[in-house]
Structure formats: structure tokens, C-alpha cells
Design a protein around this ligand. Structure first.
Ligand SMILES: [Zn+2]
Length: 500
């Protein structure tokens, strides 16, 4: 395979070699959350998918401007321009300012993303902070003749646009079919066609979030913000636009129409979409009782969960599937991921120990080891270049783990360079690119002292054992076990890990 990054472009439905418009700069826009509720698994997948892309592009030497927006206005309960604004509704129910709702859930979103080790984007623009740009865009589309004003609202004229361009290029939807199957929704008589979508909505008297505009006191349509903000921060044409597959229609299709209608050409060069998540084979939904927030995963506090799962277990589990495949969450699958990740982390820690194993004279297998480790590294890069194939990268890391374990068992002898190469392999692929972190160590500066204190206790136990002071040695072992430590006696002394 050609050693260049290829990504699957939803627009062409093929894998394409990635070649940015203005190298070394890359413009990346990803649809962020509508902040009116706690972040859940549905938020974790796109965030992690595009975090991998962001990390890998940066690793390849690109200077990435990563824009991920915050939707804090205009996203109605019904995606087809009807119902109450999601944030305004929450504010009404909880008797808060809409911006209090936004700030509260945004803080919680950031906290969850941080726990998942998702890097913050370069710019995180709010829709409500870009009303002027959005009004400007509505004017441009009106001037080009692809929108009309109706009773204070402005709608995008889809059939008119479809005469000059093609509506449905991303989703493959056919406008004639849509016209014959969509029924008129109540309260939308002001639209000329059922397929038209709102660019600006006149606010009803009870609607608390509204701004002045040439057409009415109102608010922007949901699709408008991404077109306006991507253009502002990344330019009229930029490299990559990402999001979940559920956004392909109508959201991204409408974004394309808005962009083409206002500028006369496409604005996005590569469209990338991550697939969805199911729970025990079912779609996640509030009414199905399987709607699990990230915090509930982290604490285990949900009837569907048999235990708590560390953020890194969730992250690793998501990466064990390719981003364009579906992922089905179950306790069994998560527990398997937890064990798998623990094996990798253990192998990484054991690399250090390999250095203390005396290296015997050069042996015939040295070249084989060199080739094996080199092949693993090449394989990891090929997998990343093949549309970010993280499950393959992970399987290579397990192969490296087998090398480490057999060296540890004395079945293989590794040179100093081979040990360093293995260490670099884990550091590059598991930590830097997959974004896995040692949760015990990270964010806990006292971890080193903590580990030393346990080592000291176990040294005292070892001493006690040698002195045949069984009472002391058993007491230390039993009490540490009660606290959740797993202690293993080895030929050189002991090993321990915290299992909870
Ligand atoms: Zn968007």
C-alpha cells in the first residue's frame, strides 16, 4: 500500500489520498454538541474519532486548525424546523437563563472529554456568538435567489436550488421522492415546499432567545451556524468536515446547499462520518431505558451496568472498532476491553524491566527480532494511513506485547535498541496517537510517592518472610488485598497492582 494517509470521503464514497489545500496547514471542522443535557456515549464517539484524526495529522507534521462548535441556539426538538428550541426548553423547565444551561452542560462536556483524554479543539465557537455572521449568510443566500422571506422567517428554497445545483449529493436523497413522501408538518404553512428548511425563524412571543434581524426578532436555523462559522475560521473552502453519520441528513446536506448557494461552489473537500453506537444491540434512547451518560459509565451508577468503567476503557473500546463500523456496547465487551488494555499497560511497564535482564552474547534471533519490531511499526503506520484503522493498530500492539512477554519469560533475548524501539512503539501509538493515558499516574502527582510507599511495605513483608515472621508478612498481604491490591510473589521479589 502507498504510505500516504487515505481517508474515506462520504461525498465520493471512496477512500481518497488526503492532500490539504494549503499544506502544511489543515482546516478541520467537526459538529460539536448541543449543550442541553449530560454528555453520553453518542458524544464520546465523534469526539474520540476526530481526536485521533487531529492527533495523527499533527503527528504527520501538519498544522491543524481544529474547529468544533457549540450549538447553543436554534436546534429545535424536531429537526425539521418545528418544536421548541432544546436549550430554551431546558431553561424554561429549570427556570434558568438559557446561557446558564449552556455553561452548565458545556462544563460537564469538557470534564467528560478531558477524562476521555480528548484534546481540546483550536477554536470552540458558539452559535450564539456568531449571529451577525449568520445574518450575513442569510442575506447572501437571499441575494442569490435561493431563499425567500415568509411571515418574518426566511427559508431555503430547495427545489429552486436543485434546478441549478444538485440537492442530495451527500446523502444520496432524491428531491422528487422527498417531495412525494414528506407530508406537510403542522404550523409550517409558511414554507413554500415541505423540503425547504429554515435559515431564520421569527421568534414566537414565549421564545426567550432572539435577536434583531432585517426580517424579524428571531433566531437562526440550526444548519446555518456551521456554514457561517466554518467559513469565518477556515475559509470559503477548507479540508475536512466531520461528524456523526446521523448528521449527514438533513444537517450536512443543508450545510452543503447553504455554502454552494452563497458562494457558487462546494466548501468542503473531504466529508468524514463516524458510525453510531448501540447498547446491547439496541439504539440508545431515553425511552428505551438504555440511555447511559458518560458519568454513569465512569461511576457504574446505572441499572444496565454491572460495574464502573474507567474513561480509558471506554476510549479503548471505541478504538477497537473502525470508526465507520457500528459499535455495540455490552458489559461483557467492555470487560474484555478493560482486560485487553490492562495487558497492554502491563507490557509497557514491563519494558523497563527488560533492561535489567542481562544480555547474553549476540544470538541468531537478533535479526529476526529487528525485522519483527520494524514490521509492527510499519504495520501500525499503514493501518493509520488506511482511513485511521485503529483496531489494526491495536492488534499490532498486542503482537508487540507478546514479544515483551516472551522476553520477560526468558524465551527471547532483546538488544537494548530493540527494547527502546518497543518502548517508542507504545509511546507513539498507544499514548500519543490512540490517546491512552495511565489513569492512575495522570493528574496525580503523588502517584510516584504512593507507589514507593507500597513498594516499601512489600519490602518489609519480604524481610519478614525471610525472618519467618509469618504474622507480619500475612498481615501486610491481607490488608493490602482488602484494599484492592493484587500481590504476586516472583523470583526477584514481588509485583503488585491496584485492581479497583
Ligand atoms: Zn454542524
Amino acid at each position: 500500500m502507498d504510505n500516504q494517509l487515505q481517508i474515506y470521503n462520504t461525498l465520493s464514497r471512496t477512500k481518497e489520498i488526503f492532500s490539504p489545500l494549503h499544506p502544511p496547514r489543515v482546516g478541520l471542522y467537526v459538529c460539536g454538541p448541543t449543550v442541553y443535557g449530560d454528555p453520553h456515549l453518542g458524544h464520546a464517539r465523534p469526539a474520540i474519532t476526530f481526536d485521533i484524526l487531529f492527533r495523527y495529522l499533527t503527528h504527520l507534521g501538519y498544522k491543524v486548525r481544529y474547529v468544533r462548535n457549540i450549538t447553543d441556539v436554534g436546534h429545535l426538538e424536531n429537526d425539521a424546523d418545528a418544536g421548541e428550541d432544546k436549550i430554551a426548553k431546558k431553561a424554561r423547565l429549570e427556570q434558568l437563563e438559557p446561557m446558564e444551561v449552556v455553561q452548565y452542560y458545556l462544563n460537564r462536556y469538557h470534564k467528560a472529554m478531558d477524562a476521555l483524554n480528548v484534546l481540546p479543539p483550536s477554536i470552540e465557537p458558539h452559535a450564539s456568538g456568531h449571529i451577525i455572521e449568520q445574518i450575513g449568510l442569510v442575506k447572501e443566500i437571499l441575494d442569490k435567489g435561493y431563499a425567500y422571506e415568509s411571515q418574518g422567517s426566511v427559508y431555503f428554497d430547495v427545489p429552486k436550488y436543485n434546478q441549478d445545483y444538485k440537492y442530495g449529493v451527500l446523502s444520496g436523497r432524491n428531491i422528487e421522492e422527498m417531495l412525494s413522501t414528506t407530508r406537510e408538518l403542522d404550523g409550517q404553512e409558511e414554507k413554500h415546499n415541505s423540503v425547504d428548511f429554515a435559515l431564520w425563524k421569527k421568534a414566537s412571543p414565549e421564545h426567550i432567545m432572539h435577536w434583531p434581524s432585517p426580517w424579524s426578532e428571531g433566531f437562526p436555523g440550526w444548519h446555518l451556524e456551521c456554514t457561517a462559522m466554518s467559513k469565518k475560521y477556515l475559509g470559503e473552502v477548507f479540508d475536512i468536515h466531520g461528524g456523526g453519520m446521523d448528521l449527514i441528513f438533513p444537517h450536512h446536506e443543508c450545510e452543503i446547499a447553504q455554502s454552494v448557494a452563497s458562494t457558487g461552489h462546494e466548501g468542503v473537500r473531504y466529508w468524514m462520518h463516524n458510525n453510531m453506537i448501540t447498547i446491547n444491540g439496541q439504539k440508545m434512547g431515553k425511552s428505551l431505558g438504555n440511555f447511559i451518560t458518560l458519568e454513569e459509565f465512569f461511576t457504574g451508577n446505572h441499572p444496565v451496568l454491572t460495574q464502573a468503567y474507567a474513561p480509558m476503557t471506554i476510549r479503548f473500546f471505541i478504538l477497537q472498532a473502525h470508526y465507520r463500523s457500528t459499535v455495540d456496547f455490552s458489559n461483557e465487551a467492555l470487560q474484555a476491553s478493560e482486560k485487553g488494555l490492562a495487558r497492554l499497560m502491563e507490557a509497557y511497564k514491563n519494558i523497563e524491566k527488560l533492561k535489567s535482564i542481562p544480555i547474553q552474547e549476540t544470538n541468531d534471533s537478533s535479526n529476526d527480532n529487528d525485522n519483527h519490531i520494524k514490521n509492527i511499526e510499519t504495520g501500525c503506520y499503514e493501518a493509520m494511513n488506511d482511513d485511521l484503522n485503529t483496531p489494526i493498530v491495536i492488534s499490532y500492539l498486542f503482537e508487540a506485547t507478546r514479544i515483551i512477554n516472551s522476553a520477560l519469560a526468558g524465551e527471547k533475548i532483546l538488544s537494548e535498541k530493540q527494547i527502546t524501539d518497543l518502548k517508542n512503539l507504545f509511546e507513539t501509538f498507544l499514548f500519543d496517537l490512540m490517546g491512552i493515558k495511565d489513569e492512575l499516574k495522570d493528574g496525580n502527582a503523588s502517584y510516584e510517592s504512593f507507589a514507593k510507599a507500597i513498594d516499601m511495605l512489600l519490602d518489609i513483608r519480604l524481610q519478614a518472610k525471610q525472618n519467618k515472621d509469618w504474622a507480619t508478612s500475612d498481615k501486610i498481604r491481607n490488608e493490602l488485598t482488602t484494599l484492592g491490591f493484587e500481590i504476586k510473589d516472583t523470583k526477584d521479589g514481588f509485583e503488585w497492582k491496584l485492581t479497583k
